[in-house]
Design a protein around this ligand. Sequence first.
Ligand SMILES: Cc1cc2nc3c(=O)[nH]c(=O)nc-3n(C[C@H](O)[C@H](O)[C@H](O)COP(=O)(O)OP(=O)(O)OC[C@H]3O[C@@H](n4cnc5c(N)ncnc54)[C@H](O)[C@@H]3O)c2cc1C
Length: 390
Amino acid sequence: MQTDVLIVGGAAVGSAAAYFLASQPSFKGKVLVIEQDPTYEKSATALSAASIRHQFSTPENIRLSQFGSHFLKTVDEHLSVNGEVPAIGFKERGYLFLATPQGLDILQANHLTQRAEDVDVSLLTPAQLQSRFPWLNVDDLSAGSLGNSGEGWLDAYALMQGFRRKAQSLGVQYRQARVEALHREGRRVTSVRLSTGELITCGTVINAAGTGATALAQSAGISLPVQARKRSIFFFTSNARLDSCPMVIDPSGAYFRPEGEGYLCGIAPSPEQDPECHDFEVQHSLFEEVLWPLLAARVPGFEALRLQRSWAGHYDMNLLDHNAILGAHPDVDNFLFANGFSGHGLQHSPAVGRALSELVTFGEFRTLQLDAFGWGRVIAQRPLHEINVV
Ligand SMILES: Cc1cc2nc3c(=O)[nH]c(=O)nc-3n(C[C@H](O)[C@H](O)[C@H](O)COP(=O)(O)OP(=O)(O)OC[C@H]3O[C@@H](n4cnc5c(N)ncnc54)[C@H](O)[C@@H]3O)c2cc1C
């Protein structure tokens, strides 16, 4: 079998790339997506906190998210199939980053970067925070940064399925199989071998395999500095009434936001308790010992809550700088990477999908300049640090 573009991984990033390619008027080729698990049970996409923010410290990340929320708000224009619009349920309720005196300089520096990028964000004093969010304990705070528009959360699974369904309606083929290895000759990947034993020859390969990306790269002789990191999410209910509650990012790194009748929350484990990980066991001690005390200190109403359920998913963590690695490796011309999103790949999937379609079609970025995410800085070991990692 032969295809022009073969995408490994058909979750948010792979399916976004498939959709943008299929809807790109200048692209005339055949697109095949190989996805090992059509239930997406263990994909980061299906297990994510599904939130989008413009409050990054890197201008390129801000721009990726700005396109992301524009796309979500106009999803009916892009992803409708036979008049049916994917029910992504985008709730534009903002992010609130809180800072103690120690974090104030960084919050203010990020604010300047964000305002320079036209992010609709306000710095609030503790008194302003208190009057806007009476349920919040502001005693130890110096400021909060509130996104007024463009930020919020959505149904990640619905977005991914929306990309997939639309791509299929435009002629993209999906196949259930595992890509076992890539065959490389010099500067080109010539074919991929599937778990079925079949060989598929291809013009371009896109690596959208999430935490599976590293093994795939390895089979083509490329060392991708991306490892799986486990993140647990907890859903609880509480009688506390938190009017106009945004996604709140506590100075400790703990986060919570409304979800249905309750709240989602999580926190990254400390680096020493955060090894590469391949199981999906929830880190329950994180909730009891770390999260709940932090939540109750920030929102006194959360002293009484009921944990309802929890799950764990895997981040594809870029060990160099917690930013995406996007585009071709300098040694291989037709193997494009979109990996290492380190916890913000869902919100960036529309912009990254579009960027990949441009790289395939034109050999360069056309809308957003994203060279900063290229392999150059990885090979030079020059990190593009994103400070606002949640
Ligand atoms: C707990 C948690 C919370 C998160 N919260 C957010 C958030 O709030 N906002 C946000 O923007 N991002 C968040 N993220 C990150 C986000 O989910 C990911 O960055 C994003 O979903 C990555 O999408 P992807 O398509 O690259 O990878 P994935 O969703 O992991 O999909 C990769 C796909 O590739 C397939 N695959 C892998 N290897 C192979 C192979 N060899 N052959 C065939 N198929 C293969 C897999 O089956 C899978 O379906 C979170 C992640 C986690 C785990």
